[in-house]
Ligand binder design. Structure first.
Ligand SMILES: Nc1nc2c(ncn2[C@@H]2O[C@H](COP(=O)(O)OP(=O)(O)OP(=O)(O)O)[C@@H](O)[C@H]2O)c(=O)[nH]1
Length: 685
């Protein structure tokens, strides 16, 4: 059999082609090697530069990696870290001698994802490679579901991850006497993140951006290795992941250009990318054929800058009111900033947004088919909406919701998924000394300024009635009709009259509020989860691994004007497992019309039938039953009739596995009995 030769063997020995940087680096390395040692301790090798490659499954990462490894241009000895070696090791040719010194130096990190549970392993491996002193560069291929920001943060490691990595190294040292003792500082000095690259499939990019599908539903095969332990990423929508990857990169390789049918299509994709991340360098490529110097030793990465490079953030900072026209406009890609000092009426906002998007809490709990069905617009309606408003592909910002006046709500929409989550309190609700210790003088000034406006007539500075509360949202899309969207969003806000009557201390539920963000309130270290469920509007929630959720109180709030006092109402609250179709446990039967409270203590544990720990998805379902025979009003809207407020506590798991099993069994038996009793009672009525 003919001996395989490495396509890289020449480049490894041939330093003539090295870039200036690398020559200097190599000189530095040699210099370090020859330097007399103090105390006989060898000088530590210099930090090794790293490029991280992200991008969707199938976008062309492996093809690009192979191109880098076989390229003659960089003159670097590159070690590679991949999540799954099998895909790269197609014929062994590229790897076996190209990057191998004594043993294969392609490090495979399996059963997880390097942006989450393998972060410790990643740091440990980079450290080990750097200590070998035989490589000039590290190339990391992350899985399609990895979030580059999290991988990048591994290089500015948090103390917990560092501890983990040190612990692992110490354990290895136990097995092998030659392994040095390692400190956290040594690990931190082992590598520099040089460039974050995202590979984008030019053909599928626009389609994926507006996809409602979950990553794991489309790329199930690709999750075998990489995501079995990172369900959360697999649960994300394709559009969410894709936008996160594009927004964080320094260099974006728009690959597979040979598959795009027209120049216009390609330019539109490029314009979209430039709008999502104006600071990134965009390179077009076919089969990953790029000048490798564009992604190696660029020195482009800066964590602080990368976190600030998303287009929406720049739009907020730079444009203030609306996006500056640019190259992107030529292809119909536009962005603008929406601002309003009146809060959104939650019901109106929900109704408007629901025409275009699926809300994250509904989407998380449903199958992809049903998510699509929920949006459920026929082509004609979609076309009419596009005609009227354009296509909103990304929006991000903060908003003020009437009736939820204490917290800023984070507005995050990617593709067809919309999320509104409570963030930090408005600054006006806090004393200035609690605004944050790391705020600069400019930040403090900007916050104070946001409390004031200008009188339209006199131009004088006047304080806003509601402090810094306002909505500021950046919208990015194609053919956006700024006026129509602005008008529609204005119509969702409280009118002048309504605003006059509005106060920020109204009880929760003063406005019809179907947005249902699960509100986690933290007070004195206790985390409480507050939810509202209505008939026909289930409340989905998630009991995370390692914690329990205890329902403490259910209260029933009827809408008095909608009540018909000749009728008798009964409200049942069910707890279902969302992955099981049959009815779950009956938590309570509440009777109307008077307001009713139901105190209870029921702990939901995230364990499966065998007692093994897992995440749990649950659903609170409210069923309103009108028990009079002759229902006088057939149009009675049961959804609007009442709401059930549920308050619970989220805590770390206090039990052992055995206790969990027993508690779960006891809970199931008890509640099935209750449910049967209630059914009997209902029949008797
Ligand atoms: N036509 C065309 N095909 C390409 C191009 N780049 C990659 N491919 C093909 O697309 C398929 C997927 O490419 P990969 O390089 O394996 O993609 P990947 O991102 O590494 O995929 P995963 O490893 O599954 O995440 C392969 O069959 C490649 O040969 C390109 O620019 N044009």
């Amino acid at each position: 059999m003919a001996k395989r030769t490495s396509p890289l063997s020449n480049t490894i020995n041939n330093s003539d082609n090295s870039s200036k940087n690398n020559k200097n680096k190599n000189k530095k390395r040699k210099k370090n090697k020859n330097k007399p040692m103090q105390n006989d301790a060898p000088p530590p090798p210099p930090p090794i530069p790293v490029t991280v490659l992200s991008g969707f499954l199938g976008s062309g990462k492996t093809t690009l990696m192979k191109h880098i490894l076989t390229s003659m241009d960089h003159g670097l000895k590159i070690a590679m870290i991949v999540n799954d070696m099998a895909e790269l090791d197609i014929d062994g040719k590229v790897i076996q001698s190209a990057v191998v010194v004594n043993k294969p130096e392609v490090v495979t990190l399996q059963n997880g994802c390097i942006c989450c549970n393998l972060r410790g392993d990643l740091i440990r491996e980079i450290y080990r490679i750097q200590q070998l002193g035989q490589f000039d560069y590290v190339l990391i291929e992350s899985t399609g579901i990895a979030e580059p920001q999290q991988v990048a943060e591994s290089f500015c490691v948090d103390p917990e991850t560092m501890e983990l990595a040190v612990e692992q190294l110490t354990r290895t040292a136990g097995d092998n006497d030659n392994t040095p003792n390692v400190t956290g500082k040594m690990l931190l000095n082992a590598a520099n993140l040089d460039t974050c690259v995202t590979v984008v499939d030019a053909l599928h990019f626009p389609k994926y951006l507006s996809s409602l599908e979950r990553f794991k539903d489309i790329f199930d095969d690709g999750l075998d290795q990489a995501a079995t332990n990172s369900e959360e990423e697999g649960e994300k929508s394709i559009s969410q992941l894709m936008i996160e990857q594009v927004e964080f990169a320094n260099v974006i390789v728009l690959n597979k250009t040979d598959m795009v049918s027209s120049e216009k299509e390609l330019n539109t994709s490029r314009a979209l990318i430039k709008t999502l991340n104006p600071k990134a360098k965009v390179i077009t490529a076919s089969h990953g054929q790029i000048d490798v110097k564009e992604i190696l030793n660029t020195g482009l990465f800066d964590l602080g800058q990368a976190s600030e490079s998303p287009g929406w953030l720049l739009s907020l900072k730079e444009h203030g009111v609306s996006g500056a026209p640019g190259e992107a406009d030529e292809y119909g890609v536009t962005s603008f900033v929406y601002k309003n000092r009146s809060p959104f009426h939650p019901f109106r906002l929900y109704k408007f947004l629901r025409q275009f998007f699926c809300f994250a809490n509904e989407w998380n709990a449903s199958s992809p088919e049903s998510s699509v069905k929920k949006i459920g617009k026929d082509d004609q309606t979609k076309a009419a909406l596009n005609q009227k408003y354009g296509r909103i592909l990304r929006s991000k910002g903060n908003c003020w919701l009437a009736g939820r006046d204490r917290h800023i709500y984070d507005w995050a929409q990617t593709g067809q998924i919309m999320a509104l989550q409570p963030g930090q309190p408005w600054f006006c609700t806090l004393p200035a000394e609690e605004w944050g210790i790391s705020l600069s003088i400019e930040d403090m000034k900007a916050i104070k300024d946001s409390f004031y406006g200008q009188d339209a007539k006199s131009g004088k500075k006047i304080p806003h009635d509601f402090g810094d509360r306002q909505s500021v949202v950046v919208l990015i899309g194609t053919d956006l009709k700024q006026e129509a969207i602005t008008q529609a969003l204005n119509d969702c806000c409280l009118s002048e009259e309504e605003l006059k009557a509005h106060t920020t201390d109204l009880p929760y539920g003063s406005y019809a509020d179907p947005l249902q963000p699960n509100e986690v309130v933290e007070c004195d270290g206790v985390r409480s989860l507050f939810m509202v469920a209505r008939h026909g509007q289930d409340q989905h929630f998630h009991v995370p691994r390692g914690s329990s959720f205890t329902i403490q109180n259910l209260s029933l709030l009827f809408h008095p004007v909608k009540l018909d006092y000749n009728l008798c109402y009964m409200v049942r609250v069910w707890l279902d497992k969302t992955d099981v179709t049959k009815r779950g446990v009956l938590l309570a039967t509440l009777r109307a019309p008077e307001y009713e409270q139901h105190s209870m203590c029921m702990t939901i544990l995230p364990c499966d039938v065998n007692g093994g720990e897992m995440d749990s998805n649950r659903r609170l379902r409210v069923e309103v039953i009108v028990t009079a025979k002759d229902r006088t009003d057939p149009t009675l809207d049961l959804m609007q009739l009442c709401e059930v407020h549920i308050v619970g506590k989220v805590e770390p798991l206090p039990f052992s596995e055995d206790d969990e099993m027993q508690a779960q069994e006891a809970m199931t038996d008890e509640d099935t009995d209750d449910a049967n009793e209630d059914d009997e009672a209902c029949k008797r009525q």
